[in-house]
Design a protein around this ligand. Structure first.
Ligand SMILES: NC(=O)c1ccc[n+]([C@@H]2O[C@H](COP(=O)([O-])OP(=O)(O)OC[C@H]3O[C@@H](n4cnc5c(N)ncnc54)[C@H](O)[C@@H]3O)[C@@H](O)[C@H]2O)c1
Ligand SMILES: N[C@H](C(=O)O)[C@H](O)COP(=O)(O)O
Length: 326
């Protein structure tokens, strides 16, 4: 059986992404994983951390081999400016996006079986004059996928989102029948495929307090969410709701859920991160390839220090491997 090859993008070079790459490389892995990054910058980070690192230049024509401890295969893309850990520099924004594009294109051609992403700094990319809201939207656009779904998962809880990185004042307008139904369909299909669940149970939140209180606190439930749930049910999908978001995150509801579908970022993710920050991952559903990610940001203050928890990065890589094998 051939060894899968998985791309890893460390993301923002001044943040902890390079630390994650160096520290993951201290372990053996049953797959070939290829860091798409500046190899000099990674070598410097290893030196700053006092860790051994043998960089192997990536050759796409060589048969993938399981990664041995202390080695890191690197597809070298050069940073535009010298990287100083903990100091953002918008001169490197294009470099960060080039690493994502290289990984996404490699996934689409079958060169990589999956991509695992480290954290990027959305602010510095926008400061460089490039409109960017997140990996989720970037990979959707790159692969010309009209709708994808952000899901974060930790032990005992998975939260999916209808809208992702959208200003709050635009959320209500974005909650439409078509969008909610399509998101439910993607979750159903992907959870069957990626987790092997026969009938994923999707608990759908309302948008408004108390799920709209029969229209007295907003009409999005009556006009869009309830009809979308009904249409999904007619297709045989185990979607239910809408549930008030302040009620649904309780053990009695979660016992009957494979995922909770929140309407917007900060309706669902604070609960997930309260439960599992550092031991959770982010997965993009609906893409034509597998993408998993860490659950945290660039943690600039910790770059090139010993105070970096790599649990989420490990989980993102092992989950990608499981998904590839499935
Ligand atoms: N996957 C991603 O690309 C991703 C995810 C979330 C946030 N971000 C971006 O990261 C930037 C900073 O965001 P933030 O400050 O809200 O969140 P953050 O996750 O970077 O930091 C929040 C807190 O958690 C700590 N922390 C984070 N990861 C850690 C780790 N692995 N080990 C130890 N401590 C850790 C940080 O030091 C900080 O105290 C923003 O630009 C945001 O957009 C990116
Ligand atoms: N919304 C994510 C979180 O809070 O963890 C994070 O911003 C990353 O999103 P992307 O995977 O789209 O970059």
């Amino acid at each position: 059986m051939s060894v899968p090859r998985i791309a890893f993008t460390p993301g923002e070079p001044a943040g902890i992404g390079p630390d994650l790459a160096v520290r993951l490389a201290q372990y053996e892995w049953p797959v070939a994983w290829v860091a798409i990054a500046d190899s000099n910058m990674l070598q410097q980070r290893a030196a700053a951390l006092g860790l051994p690192l043998q960089i192997i230049p990536y050759d796409p024509h060589q048969a993938p081999q399981p990664q041995t401890a202390g080695t890191l295969t690197v597809c070298h893309l050069a940073c535009a400016a010298k990287v100083i850990p903990q100091q953002l520099n918008n001169a490197n924004a294009d470099y960060v996006l080039a690493t994502l594009a290289r990984a996404g294109q490699g996934c689409m051609t079958g060169e990589f079986a999956a991509v695992v992403t480290g954290p990027v700094h959305k602010g510095v990319i926008n400061d460089a004059g490039i409109a960017f809201s997140g990996h989720t939207e970037f990979f959707a656009e790159l692969s010309q996928t009209p709708q994808v779904v952000m899901m974060l998962a930790t032990e005992g809880l998975r939260v999916s989102l209808v809208t992702t990185h959208l200003p709050l004042k635009e959320v209500a307008e974005a909650i439409t029948y078509d969008k909610v139904l399509r998101v439910i369909e993607i979750i159903d299909a992907d959870m069957k495929q990626k987790w092997g669940l026969a009938q994923p149970r999707i608990l759908v939140c309302g948008l408004n307090p108390h799920a709209g209180e029969q229209g007295h606190l907003g009409r999005e439930e009556l006009d869009h969410i309830i009809p979308a749930i009904a249409a999904a049910q007619q297709q045989g999908i185990a979607a239910s709701g809408p549930y008030p978001a302040d009620t649904v995150f309780q053990p009695s509801y979660l016992a009957h859920a494979d995922t909770v579908l929140a309407m917007y970022h900060d309706q669902g993710l604070p609960v997930l991160k309260y439960q599992g920050f550092g031991n959770a991952i982010n997965i993009t559903l609906g893409l034509p390839f597998i993408r998993t990610s860490v659950d945290h940001g660039t943690a600039l203050d910790r770059a090139a220090t010993a105070n970096v928890d790599i649990s989420s990065a490990k989980l993102a890589l092992t989950t990608a491997i499981d998904m590839v094998n499935r």
